[in-house]
Write a protein that binds this ligand. Structure first.
Ligand SMILES: [Ca+2]
Ligand SMILES: [Ca+2]
Length: 307
């Protein structure tokens, strides 16, 4: 069987937009927990592929890791790249690739495939969603001097601001890797939570409370919370406060009717109007928008900030 599986997560860190000659590296990671792929009894290998063409893509292999060679991943591309990875059938398998000074040939689509065997020993292949790496709007290859200077200056300012933001946020937040151009900040210790306060705090830093716009984003956020061992409610931005039973992501103004609610959720009608990951199983439920009076210290939230 050859199926897409949302539990295979491919992320590109930092430079999903390439600027010719100015991007120091392009780093990506594919990861999977074998136990989360229900019909895969064992993982044999992982491969990251790349297609320069985004319409009618033609993929070629970039890097691979298998269960036989131990912790030695293989660079199959023509370009200079650091690769690492490991196949672990009882925990997380991963494959990382880091291209040094990537050319614009490295733009396009990336895909991660996981090869293994099903419960009766037949070979199966599962693959991730594709991730796009695009070309930046400015280039130093064929510019006017002014354009090049402006572009370099803009990039330097963005990097400086982002470093400052990370320094400020680090004591209070767990910081995620980049997912489709967005980074997520998970609040550590809290002695109270108010929906409106959290929204305005995230807004101060150019973001909003996390909105689960796709199933892939839901999986990414759930794993981000799980990997930081958060044992409290973690609220998202979705709410049905405006109209009972009609859950919306207010920032993106999307009406998403297929949230991944836990069993029997949302359950509390007019009493609870804010969406939360519910401990211990991190299922989605309707929760209170105000944890100051009734449930002190048990709620946290996540800011979603586009880069
Ligand atoms: Ca989102
Ligand atoms: Ca409600």
């Amino acid at each position: 069987m050859n199926d897409k599986d949302d539990n295979i997560i491919l992320t590109v860190d930092e430079h999903y937009v390439l600027y010719e000659g100015m991007t120091p590296n392009l780093e990506m990671e594919c990861s999977v927990n074998r136990s989360q792929i229900s019909d895969m009894a064992s993982v044999m290998s992982m491969v990251i592929s790349h297609s320069y063409k985004t319409e009618q893509p033609e993929y070629t292999y970039v890097a691979s890791v298998n269960g036989i060679d131990g912790p030695y991943a293989h660079n199959i591309s023509q370009d200079k790249a650091d690769v690492s990875g490991r196949i672990e059938n009882w925990s997380k398998s991963y494959l990382r690739v880091n291209f040094t000074h990537p050319s614009l040939n490295r733009t396009g689509l990336y895909l991660c495939e996981v090869y293994g065997f099903d419960l009766v020993g037949r070979p199966i292949i599962k693959y991730s969603s594709t991730v796009a790496v695009t070309k930046g709007q400015c280039s130093v290859v064929n510019p006017t001097i002014t354009t090049a200077t402006t572009c370099v200056e803009q990039q330097a300012i963005i990097i400086r601001l982002r470093n400052r933001l990370d320094l400020f946020m680090q004591p209070m937040f767990y910081i995620s890797s980049l997912f489709n151009g967005h980074r997520y900040f998970l609040r550590k210790e809290m002695n109270h939570y108010l929906y409106s306060e959290a929204q305005s705090f995230c807004g101060t830093y150019g973001g909003y409370q996390v909105e689960l716009d796709t199933h892939e984003e839901y999986i990414f956020i759930r794993e981000f919370i799980r990997s930081n061992n958060i044992f409290k409610y973690v609220l998202t931005g979705a709410t049905d406060a405006a109209q009972e039973g009609v859950w919306v992501n207010p920032h993106n103004s999307t009406l998403r009717t297929s949230f991944e609610w836990g069993h029997g959720e949302p359950a509390d009608g007019l009493i609870h109007n804010c969406q939360t990951f519910y401990i211990p199983n991190l299922e989605l439920a309707d929760g209170s928008c105000d944890f100051t009076n009734f449930y002190p210290t048990y709620a946290s939230y996540i800011c979603e900030i586009p880069e």
